[in-house]
Design a protein around this ligand. Structure first.
Ligand SMILES: [Cu+2]
Length: 207
């Protein structure tokens, strides 16, 4: 290999390494207007340059599962990558009839009983509202994400999105009770080359 090409190759390697090393984490605290933490808010970050879309090898670290127990769906908000297969196990003694009319995924799992498991593939990005035909109070959401840069807030209102490239990005916070178009609040953010950027987003939440 000519020397110039070796040099170019090693420069490329170091450029890739530098890119990999230069990644920041974004820690978002979501609160309501009174400053109290908001759980089940989904934080999505879309960098203007770079970032990763989900693909068939994407695997989030949690189960793609929405359990029914005590006549509720658990979790209330489930985040999955586009294309994920979600199971809906029934752990109740009563039967449920799970459905959605959402454009991102319209489906119906007809009456099924205890310890029975059903699967649905979520092939389109978007928010899918899930209900039960028998129990009106049962409601949950499958947030189908086309980006890997996504996280959900816990009871402390905190979500951390890791491994983000430096520069301008679009930060979106979605929560089912958020008072805004699409139940989403969007703002721009500038990510550092490394370290943790902490951001608080206050949202108007319906009681
Ligand atoms: Cu039910």
């Amino acid at each position: 290999m000519p020397k110039a090409r070796i040099l170019l190759a090693s420069l490329l390697v170091s450029a890739v390494c530098a890119f990999a090393a230069q990644a920041a984490d974004l820690q978002v605290t979501v609160t309501n207007l009174a400053g109290a933490p908001v759980r089940d808010a989904v934080v999505t970050v879309k960098p203007a340059v770079g970032g990763w879309a989900v693909n068939s090898r994407t695997k989030f670290s949690w189960d793609y599962q929405m359990v029914q127990h005590n006549i509720i769906f658990d979790p209330h908000v489930l985040v999955v990558p586009t294309g994920a297969e979600v199971t809906f196990p029934n752990r109740d003694k009563v039967r449920h009839h799970v459905y959605s009319f959402s454009p991102a995924k319209t489906f119906e799992i007809k009456l099924y009983g205890r310890e029975e498991n059903r699967k649905v593939v979520f092939d389109k990005a978007g928010v899918v509202s899930v209900g039960c035909n028998i129990h009106d109070g049962m409601i949950a959401y499958v947030f189908v994400s086309d980006t890997v840069h996504v996280a959900k807030t816990g009871a402390d209102g905190v979500a951390v999105v890791r491994g983000l490239p430096a520069g301008a990005a679009r930060l979106a916070v979605w929560q089912p009770k958020l008072r805004a178009a699409g139940a989403e609040k969007v703002q721009s953010v500038t990510l550092p080359a490394q370290g943790v950027l902490r951001q608080t987003v206050a949202v108007n939440i319906r009681p």
